[in-house]
Write a protein that binds this ligand. Sequence first.
Ligand code: BTN
Length: 258
Amino acid sequence: MILNLLKDELINSYHLSCLIYFKELPSTNKFAKDLPVSNDVLILTDHQTSGNGRFGRKWVSSSGCDLAFSIVKKFDLGIDSLHIVNFYSSYTMILTLSELFGSSSNKFTLKWPNDILLNGKKVCGILLEVQDLNVQVKKFIIGLGVNINSNNFSDEIAKKATSLLASTGKIQSREDILIKFVSNFYKNIKFISQPDKLMVFWKDLTEVIGKKINFKIVEDSEEISAVAENIETDGGLKVKMQNGESKVFYSGEITFVY
Ligand code: BTN
């Protein structure tokens, strides 16, 4: 990682108050959670050895190849609006990746609730954790893992995941992606208080609406076959079940049925 460049671009631009870098770290989210009260801090590592994903899963990044980082940011948001930070973060990352690499052969889409797909395969995952739930100004830990220059996916993973290198055929600069992401994150931050507007843009970048899906609420729960009807402004996924009944879910995971 070219730290001088990152320091120049991220700290001197006044976006961040602090950049904390480790050559190796178990998890940037875990480190951020243990940090005493802080704001506008970015934690970054070249080698995340025990990354956490959603549903208690592991998140594996290749040492020196991918991006694993967390932003610590405080937002004045009520308990009903926490999801907006999730949608805002995935929106900011898809904007960043599309600006840098989007083309007719490299199409980025959003998959509810916050995955970013490149040509249908996962290229970025986000784990949002919130502290101080009982105070109005809460500490958000936004952890992002982006597959950038890793290319050794097992056959099993290669069906579902990709990297920028695997899809574009070129080694990409992790620094450029991080700098643009942070710049976009602060540039559009007003969206956090404009959920209706944000969700219009978000929905425009997802292909789930109208599709047949399998849905599960937690990792080992039974799958439900349904059709995705809408993503509501409150972040819920509205689905039509096989018995014709519509239901809104606020967390879970979908897989497309082709
Ligand atoms: C998922 O799709 O399951 C979410 C993956 C989130 C991974 C990132 S990598 C940086 C940050 N630190 C972690 O331990 N997890 C997140």
